[in-house]
Design a protein around this ligand. Sequence first.
Ligand code: F6R
Ligand code: ZN
Length: 192
Amino acid sequence: MLNYVVDRTSFLEPFVVDVDVDAATMPKATNHLVRRASAMRGHYADAAALDELIRNGDPLHYEVFETPVPEEYGHLMYCISKLQPGRVGNEFFMTKGHYHTVLETAETYLGLQGTGFMVMKTPDGTFNAQPISRGKMVYVPPYWAHRSVNTGDEPLVSWCVYPGEAGHNYGDIEDEGFPKRVLLENGQIVMR
Ligand code: F6R
Ligand code: ZN
């Protein structure tokens, strides 16, 4: 018989969670994070365009639904991320982006609806962007800050899974900024 000791990882009974893939919600989610345009100050190049958007009703930017498990080594956090379409000036709507506090933790993002990019950066400044859409899974390796960008005209919905102990560090990437922005120029999606 396999012996085990429950010490640094909480023991849980198995459970099942309802996920409404079409509506892009977790109906019984206990955490529902909502960020409106006003939560995005400092993130877009065109601050005046963002202010204008905030004055005109402060629209919904993105939501995250999760039913959390212990934020501990061994557990897996999982969530739905739903980012609205739109632009601030010529820059596509995006999430704030973050490093994981425990930098050595990865994340998977399975695209469920919409189209866009996962924009990523390492602490030494290396940049990468991968396309995401229904049926594409982006692997965000350890050490990479990550931000979703919606380049389509419907919500960009993804299913995220990451280690329980990962945590979110928003401050460092906010100070550094991502090396490239995703813009609409002359009808083309460009990164620069
Ligand atoms: C979790 C994760 C996603 C994001 C979500 C919102 O580690 O990467 O669930 O938290 O897409 O983006 P942020 O957290 O950057 O506001
Ligand atoms: Zn993350």
